[in-house]
Design a protein around this ligand. Structure first.
Ligand SMILES: [Zn+2]
Length: 260
């Protein structure tokens, strides 16, 4: 984790020059250790026996992606906060973002960054929790490390797309959004279906769940063609689906939505 509390409850960001002091996990209130080795990004770590939901190990890319998102969004005047803890729901949102709806209503988005594989059921569980907490929608970003196959794809290639990315693309209808924390770039990928006569293809519910294959005896095709473009750190509201009132897309050059 990047943010811990001092003993009087003040949030502090992990940094190399932060004093060695006692720090507490904002989720479980147990002491966490400031780590700042030469090869890792500064972060706080639980003791190995912790069962806190916030204790899972994070890659430096995941930590850095949260910092880059908060930096870039804040620089543009958006209300962004890393590691928003909802203790009662056992949930820590990677980045929380405030926005204004067209009617002037305040909107809250939970941005999740994935640097490793994730089960679609886990994503559905997080979305359900985010709704109960009161977020208007959950926004998924994959690191360019996790989405390396998409970043390397040539226009005429077939790419095996990980299940969770296909699911995100189907559910939100916006392709897949990717972040490179080292170059501080955002990318958007969209998928094209590849079909040939005599080959199976898959059917999805509107929510993105696989319901059938038209040639059940054959291997399911999950290869797609991939289109890719640079995006920017300008969040834009779009109509939501499946009970989400809104969704959020990181647009490129377009005009952003009014800020809160
Ligand atoms: Zn904890």
């Amino acid at each position: 984790m990047w943010i811990a509390h001092t003993e009087d409850g003040t949030p502090v960001e992990a940094a190399r020059n932060l004093a060695s002091d006692s720090y507490l996990c904002p989720m479980c209130q147990t002491p966490v250790i400031l780590k700042r080795g030469q090869k890792v990004a500064a972060h706080f770590a639980h003791t190995p026996d912790s069962d806190c939901p916030a204790s899972e190990a994070e890659s430096w890319r995941h930590l850095m992606a949260k910092q880059v998102l908060v930096d870039e969004l804040t620089r543009q005047g958006w209300g962004a906060q890393a590691e928003v803890v909802h203790q009662a729901h056992g949930r820590r949102v990677d980045v929380g973002l405030k926005a204004l709806g067209p009617d002037g209503a305040r909107l809250y988005f939970a941005i999740e960054v994935q640097d490793s594989a994730i089960q679609v059921d886990t994503m559905k569980d997080r979305i359900a929790r985010d709704r109960r907490i009161g977020y208007d929608a959950t926004v998924w970003l994959f690191t360019t490390h996790r989405a390396a196959a998409l970043m390397a794809a040539q226009p005429d290639h077939e790419v095996r797309v990980p299940d969770e990315m296909l699911w995100v693309s189907n559910r939100y209808g916006q392709g897949v959004q990717m972040i490179d924390p080292q170059t501080r770039e955002l990318w958007a990928a969209s998928f094209g279906k590849i079909r040939r006569p005599g080959e199976s293809h898959e059917w999805y519910t509107p929510e993105g769940d696989l319901t059938g294959v038209d040639y059940p005896g054959r291997t399911l095709r999950k290869t797609k063609s991939v289109g890719r473009r640079r995006a920017g750190f300008i969040p834009q509201l779009a109509p939501g689906k499946f009970g989400d009132r809104w969704s959020l897309v990181f647009a490129g050059e377009q005009q952003g939505h009014p800020r809160p």
